[in-house]
Design a protein around this ligand. Structure first.
Ligand code: DGL
Length: 281
C-alpha cells in the first residue's frame, strides 16, 4: 500500500488507535487532560478482537492503521491498545518509522502504566489482566522487571472480556460469570497481589463488575489517566512535535465497521453526540 504522507510541516490531529471501542477509555482521559488538541480516533472494529490473533497479524493490522492515520495528517499516533502495543509497537518504532518518516512518532500504553505500578504496590505482588495476546507476549513482565525488579507479576488472560464489550454485553448478567472466573483465578494464583493492572483498554468498561469480585483493599489500575499524563509530559519535552498538532479541540471518529453503530455506542461512552465515518484500511 502506498501512502502519500502530508508534508511534515503541516500540522494535524493526534491519532488514537484501537482494535475497537476500548481506546475510547484512553481518548476520554487524554481529552480531559489535553482538551486543546484535535484528535482522530480509529477503531478497527471489523477485525476486532486482536487479542486472539498471532503476532504477525496484529503487527500487520496495526501498521496498516498507523499508515492510514499518518496519511490523514497525524504526526503522532497513540496505540491505545495493549495488544497492539505489546505485539507491534517496537517493530513499528524501530523498523517502519525510519522508512516511513523518521519525524513521526508512535507511542503505546504499556510503558506509562508500568512506570506507575512500583509506586502503588506495597506487597510487590502485581496482577495483570489482559488479552491472551498481551499475556503471551510477556511484555508487562519484561517491562516491569526493567523498572521494578523486586515486583512479582502474575498475568491472567481474559479471552472473553473484549468480545463482551465489543458485543455490548458488558453490563449483562452473563458477563458476571466471565469476570468472576478470571478475577478468582488470578487471586488464587497469587493471594499476595495488592494491585491489578487492567492491561486492556476495553476493561474499564467492565469496571463495575470487576470491582464486585476484587476485595476493596486491592488497587485496580486503569490506564487512561496515566497515559494522558505521560502524553502531556511527552509533548512538554518535545515542542517540535507539539507544533505539529492542530488545536481546535475537535475529535473525529473512524471505524472499519458500520459507522452508525459505532457512533451510537461511542456517543454514550464519550458523553457527547458524535458521528463516525466508515473507512477501509
Ligand atoms: N483494547 C485492546 C487492548 O488494550 C483489546 C485488544 C483486542 O481487540 O483484543 O488490548
Amino acid at each position: 500500500m502506498t501512502v502519500h504522507l502530508p508534508q511534515t510541516g503541516e500540522a494535524g490531529p493526534i491519532g488514537v488507535f484501537d482494535s475497537g471501542y476500548g481506546g475510547l477509555t484512553v481518548l476520554r482521559e487524554i481529552r480531559r487532560t489535553l482538551p486543546q488538541y484535535d484528535y482522530l480516533y480509529l477503531g478497527d472494529n471489523a477485525r476486532a478482537p486482536y487479542g486472539t490473533h498471532s503476532f504477525e497479524v496484529v503487527y500487520e493490522f496495526t501498521l496498516q492503521a498507523v499508515r492510514y492515520l499518518f496519511g490523514q495528517g497525524c504526526h503522532l499516533v497513540i496505540l491505545a491498545c495493549n495488544t497492539a502495543s505489546a505485539k507491534a509497537l517496537r517493530t513499528i518504532q524501530q523498523v517502519d518509522l525510519p522508512k516511513l518518516d523518521s519525524k513521526r512518532r508512535v507511542l503505546g500504553v504499556i510503558r506509562p502504566t508500568v512506570e506507575v505500578v512500583g509506586d502503588i504496590s506495597t506487597t510487590r505482588h502485581v496482577g495483570i489482566m489482559a488479552t491472551p495476546g498481551t499475556i503471551r507476549s510477556n511484555t508487562y513482565e519484561l517491562e516491569i522487571a526493567k523498572l521494578w525488579p523486586d515486583i512479582q507479576v502474575t498475568g491472567e488472560p481474559c479471552p472473553m472480556w473484549v468480545p463482551l464489550v465489543e458485543n455490548d454485553e458488558h453490563n449483562s448478567p452473563g458477563a458476571d460469570y466471565f469476570v468472576r472466573k478470571r478475577t478468582e483465578s488470578l487471586l488464587q494464583r497469587d493471594p499476595l497481589i495488592d494491585s491489578i493492572i487492567l492491561g486492556c483498554t476495553h476493561y474499564p468498561m467492565l469496571l463495575g463488575k470487576i470491582r464486585k469480585y476484587i476485595p476493596e483493599d486491592i488497587h485496580i489500575i486503569e490506564q487512561g489517566n496515566y497515559v494522558a499524563q505521560s502524553l502531556k509530559g511527552y509533548l512538554a519535552r518535545h515542542p517540535d512535535m507539539e507544533k505539529c498538532i492542530t488545536t481546535e479541540g475537535t475529535a473525529r471518529f473512524l471505524t472499519t465497521e458500520q459507522a452508525d453503530l459505532f457512533g451510537e455506542k461511542a456517543s454514550i461512552f464519550m458523553g457527547e453526540s458524535l458521528v463516525a465515518e466508515r473507512v477501509k484500511l
